[in-house]
Design a protein around this ligand. Sequence first.
Ligand code: ZN
Length: 291
Amino acid sequence: MISQESAANVSAKLEYPACPVCGSDRREFPFRLGHPYTIARCTACGFYYLYPRLIERAMQEAYRQPSYYEGGACGYADTSYTAQESALRATFKRFLHNLADRRLTGGTLLEVGCGYGYLLDEARPYFDHRVGTEFSVEGAEIARATGAEVFVGGIEQISAERKFDCILAVQVIEHVYQPSAFVKQLINHTQPRGHTIIATPDMGGVLRKAMGRHWPSFKIPEHVGYFDFRTLSRLMEKAGVSDVRQLPYPHAFPLGLITAKFGLNIPSALGCLKVWVPATTVAAYGRVSRD
Ligand SMILES: [Zn+2]
């Protein structure tokens, strides 16, 4: 795990990137996190990004560790991923319902970064065929049990000729080192007139504004990019997605996770209660008009 490495070893693995969206070197530093990390804001395009960041190879190595999902400095800390299962499933169920309302479901689905496959499982009634990609071997194996076809790795594991009616990347793009190239890859695998849908922590949300540098989505070192609807929709449109619109994405959390963040203890029976938080995530969808 990265947290156990010496400071010298970590600094050898750091890079100081230009804006990952527009390539500008002009930046300001609105948030200083634990040394050496800061959140930079590109003064040319308004995108927020981690500066410096771990080189991508070092980050990829961390994702491949089975311990990533079990917590620790760069995993799903505070409570295990499995303990959050019921809240995540409720979140995905509501999200899929919102997609169906806008006629974005049906046909074939690709989910990039599917984790344990909770969304793929909840998507069963909405799609004829479900495919996922996941960097963790263990995660991919569990996701496969949902009956979906799951590849270990990123979207490059999907053969070039395969196209999907709907491509989803939920809580993924904040981990991506080259976001424009990533969205282009999503588009390349979307059917003409199909839809590309991206959801990510909302840098413009009231929760982030209220919490400042203590916002839980400032997850270091794995979250390297921070979008709001403006920067996300602009990125998608520039890559070739048309008619980009915002989707509601209410997120359920176990009450116990929220109270633990404030250092409070509550009876464990109450800890599993779900609390809906509306302003944590920004989601956008658009049509791929390429033919
Ligand atoms: Zn920029």
